[in-house]
Design a protein around this ligand. Structure first.
Ligand SMILES: Nc1ncnc2c1ncn2[C@@H]1O[C@H](COP(=O)(O)OP(=O)(O)OP(=O)(O)O)[C@@H](O)[C@H]1O
Ligand SMILES: [Mg+2]
Length: 504
């Protein structure tokens, strides 16, 4: 079989960091090629290089046999290379068709886009590759899995023959992952080639034709899934054995940490987002909140953090009425908050790490010293977080944006778990982190529970919900539709409840 893409000796350096070095990889036509590796191993850097977003310092890229010089994504697209970004770049106020043609409008004539032609082409693509999308559906009606299909259609619309997906499954529930994989299989059957990054080894073993492992910037091995296993892959990634989290003993205290009673919430346009939500969290327990994104989780978190007020009902956090308490006073009372969108709410991307250590903690000791920020404490504690949570960074003076996605996440988790919080609101705490870092974060959450903290774990990762939760509350369409005992429920049942197929 022939190689559609060949990379030889790619190198990319940043100040103090070798992001890619001796990266060599061969991608066969019509295959699904997975790339795995620890956080910061250089996966995204390689993908951005292949898409023309980053210019490597050395090395060659060959596409369909000839050496190319990619100066921009336009060059990559012209060569048939398309990329689906992890953070979707779609417009909510437009239809599927409009989103697909956005930026590549077919021949305009006096500013009139040839919509009919474009629609025909999109319908053809959807049929040909078995992508279930409706061109006229407003994007705002679509869930995450559907949005991803639109992104894929968009790339195919531009004539991509090689598709790059950076952590496409991180945001999907299991049923959506199955659909995505069915789509990818269809694409390769038709001769396209897929390159995708994932931290989930089971997934990679089930879908990939080839698996390339990266470690510390370098490609260390390529394996066929039927000739390897999870253990070997994990060892190739970390160069050793994985840590195993220890489960602590369950000691639920009578103390109410969080008490939500009949809370409802309406959006400005009148749409009901939360409907009669009741939830009681005690010290020493972890409640998992399962649900497909967009079913009211964000608003529930905002209620708890005092960012919005309930229309009816009440929210009590550590004895405080969240509706009438300032967010900073809620935090100061002992609430840790790990936000789901780390780049938007968790970090100042253009500030150094030590300044990010202060973020959200600027009003209380030790980060505050009377009315001033305590820079010395921030610097010292940043170093502690970096070492305790294994944040891979050349130092604490680099900008947050220079860290890989998973390392940004580890830093936020480390910051928030500092100082024995009583309530931890953890939204997707291990999204995008590698298996080793996941074990570290799980361990810290379990330790916090043993010390008496109450934890509300909002997660789309079923393995995480099952591994950590004492009870799992399922939210669907703004309602808690069931409360499950993880030892008596299967992942399939939970997945079904999350998609509203049944209220288990
Ligand atoms: N713009 C940048 N400036 C400085 N360093 C960077 C920049 N982008 C990436 N790096 C560094 O390059 C290394 C590789 O990062 P990359 O994003 O490729 O990792 P990754 O394998 O995709 O990790 P993750 O699984 O966390 O997404 C990291 O050490 C990161 O800190
Ligand atoms: Mg990455």
């Amino acid at each position: 079989m022939s190689n559609v893409l060949e990379v030889v000796g790619i190198e990319k350096r940043y100040p103090g960091v070798v992001a890619n070095k001796d990266v060599s990889i061969q991608i066969e036509a019509g295959t699904i090629h997975a790339i795995i590796g620890e956080n910061g191993a250089g996966k995204s850097t390689l993908m951005k290089t292949l898409y023309g977003l980053i210019k490597p310092d050395a090395g060659q890229i060959k596409v369909f046999g000839s050496e190319v010089n990619l100066k921009s994504p336009q060059d990559a697209i012209a060569l048939g290379i398309g990329m689906v970004h992890q953070h979707f770049k779609l417009a909510d106020n437009a239809t599927v068709l409009e989103n697909v043609i956005l930026g590549s409008e077919p021949t305009r004539f006096g500013f009139v886009v040839k919509f009919d032609e474009a629609r025909k082409k999109l319908v053809e693509i959807a049929e040909n590759y078995g992508l279930d999308i409706d061109p006229d559906e407003p994007l705002s009606n679509l869930g995450v899995g559907e949005r991803q299909r639109v992104e894929i259609a968009k790339v195919l619309f531009r004539g991509a023959k090689i598709l790059i997906l950076d952590e496409p499954t991180a945001v999907l529930v299991p049923q959506e992952v199955d659909e995505l994989f069915a789509n990818l299989r269809e694409l390769v059957k038709k001769g396209l080639t897929v390159i995708f990054i994932s931290h989930k080894l089971d997934e990679v073993l089930s879908i990939a034709d080839d698996i390339t492992i990266m470690r510390q910037g370098t490609t260390v091995a390529t394996r066929k899934p039927n000739k390897t296993n999870k253990k070997e892959l994990a060892e190739l990634m970390v160069g050793g054995e994985l840590p195993k989290p220890k489960a602590g003993e369950l000691k639920v205290s009578p103390e109410s940490i969080l008490s939500i009673k009949s809370a409802s919430y309406f959006r400005a346009d009148g749409r009901q987002i939360l409907d009669d939500v009741n939830l009681e969290l005690h010290g020493g327990e972890i409640i998992g909140l399962a649900g497909v994104e967009g079913n009211g989780q964000s608003e529930l978190i905002e209620l708890i953090m005092g960012l919005i007020q309930p229309a009816t009902g009440s929210v009590e956090v550590l004895g405080l009425n969240a509706a009438t308490t300032l967010t900073r006073d809620i935090r100061n009372a002992g609430v840790a908050y790990i936000p789901q969108d780390r780049q938007r709410d968790g970090l100042l991307m253009t500030a150094p790490l030590w300044e990010n250590r202060i973020l959200g903690h600027q009003f209380a000791e030790p980060m505050a010293k009377s009315i001033w920020v305590n820079k010395g404490a921030a610097i010292a504690d940043s170093k502690r977080v970096v070492s305790e949570f294994d944040v891979r960074t050349p130092g604490i003076n680099v900008l947050a944006s220079a860290l890989s996605g998973g390392n940004q996440q580890k830093f936020i988790v480390g910051r928030e778990l500092t100082g024995d919080p009583k309530l931890i609101v953890a939204a997707q705490p291990t999204r995008g982190v590698d298996v080793g870092a996941q074990a570290i974060i799980w361990e810290h959450l379990m330790q916090a529970r043993s010390k008496g903290a109450g934890i509300l774990l909002i997660s789309a990762d079923l393995e995480e919900l099952f591994s950590l939760s004492d009870r799992i509350a399922v939210i669907y369409s703004g309602k808690i539709v069931s409360i499950l005992n993880p030892t008596k429920t299967t992942p399939e049942d939970l997945g079904l409840a999350m998609t509203g197929a049944q209220s288990a």
